[in-house]
Each structure stands twice: as structure tokens, then as C-alpha cells.
Ligand binder design. Structure first.
Ligand code: HEC
Length: 117
């Protein structure tokens, strides 16, 4: 009788732990999608494709979006605009790039020079 009670009091929490552990591997199928964090971003390529739809000539000229070269905006403004976009004007890229990659983009914009020729 005493033994039976011991087993009963032990088994419920033990069972709960076992259930939790056995449930974990099946639930952890895939990591959630996220930006590749250590991947080096080719900003020139990015502007040749994604951003270039609206920021022409690699950001050197206006298109549907403004010219980015020689922008008078500060880094925070550029970062927030890239992350959040602007409704009806520019898509948000906050889910696409991590902070380090956005730093790369800002560095690229600051380094833009008129293309030669
Ligand atoms: C669908 C068109 C479109 C695409 C694609 C686009 N932009 Fe823009 N972008 C805009 C428009 C329009 C604005 C101006 C928004 C406003 O009215 O303030 C803007 C503004 C900006 C600004 C702020 C510049 C300033 O002086 O106000 C930055 C920085 C910027 N875009 C970077 C990017 C980057 C980087 C990409 C690619 C990852 C990108 N944009 C893709 C349309 C676009």
C-alpha cells in the first residue's frame, strides 16, 4: 500500500517530463526562417536587382525612388527607411536583412560616387 502510493506520486510528474521530452524532437522540425546572419551581403548585386527597380544606376540616380548618392539623411533615417519601408512607396526589408547587413547597405550608399564615363 505504501509502495503503491509512492509509485502513484512519482509517476505523474515523471510521466509529464517524459511526455515533454518525447514531444520536443517532433515539434522541432525546422528552425524558423531568418536572415542569414554571417553571410556577406553583395550590396552592388542587391542594387542591380532588388533595390534597382526603384533606385536607378546602383542608387546614383532617381527612379521610382529617390537618388541615394549624396543623400542628406542621417544613418538612422536610412536604417529605419530600409527596415520599415514606406507604405505605398517602398517595401520593408527589416525581415530580409539583419543589422550588420543594413550597415553594409548604408556604407555602400555613403561610398557612392558618380559612375565614370
Ligand atoms: C518599389 C520601389 C522601391 C524599392 C524596390 C526600393 N525602394 Fe528605397 N525608396 C523608394 C521610395 C519611393 C523612397 C522614398 C520614400 C519617401 O517618400 O520617403 C525610398 C527611399 C529609400 C531610402 C531613403 C532615401 C532618402 O533620401 O529618403 C533608402 C536608404 C532606400 N530607399 C534604400 C533602399 C534599398 C537599400 C532598397 C533595396 C533593398 C530599396 N530602397 C528598394 C522606393 C523603393
Amino acid at each position: 500500500m505504501r509502495l503503491a502510493r509512492t509509485i502513484t506520486t512519482l509517476s505523474t510528474p515523471t510521466l509529464a517530463v517524459l511526455l515533454t521530452i518525447s514531444a520536443l524532437p517532433s515539434r522541432a522540425q525546422q528552425p524558423p526562417p531568418s536572415a542569414p546572419d554571417s553571410e556577406q551581403l553583395d550590396v552592388g548585386q542587391l542594387f542591380a536587382t532588388t533595390c534597382g527597380w526603384c533606385h536607378s544606376a546602383g542608387g546614383r540616380a532617381a527612379g521610382k525612388g529617390p537618388q541615394l548618392m549624396d543623400t542628406k539623411r542621417d544613418d538612422d533615417f536610412l536604417r529605419i527607411r530600409i527596415k520599415n519601408g514606406k507604405e505605398g512607396a517602398m517595401p520593408a526589408f527589416g525581415a530580409v536583412f539583419n543589422d550588420a547587413q543594413i550597415d553594409e547597405i548604408i556604407k555602400y550608399i555613403r561610398a557612392l560616387k558618380p559612375s565614370e564615363g
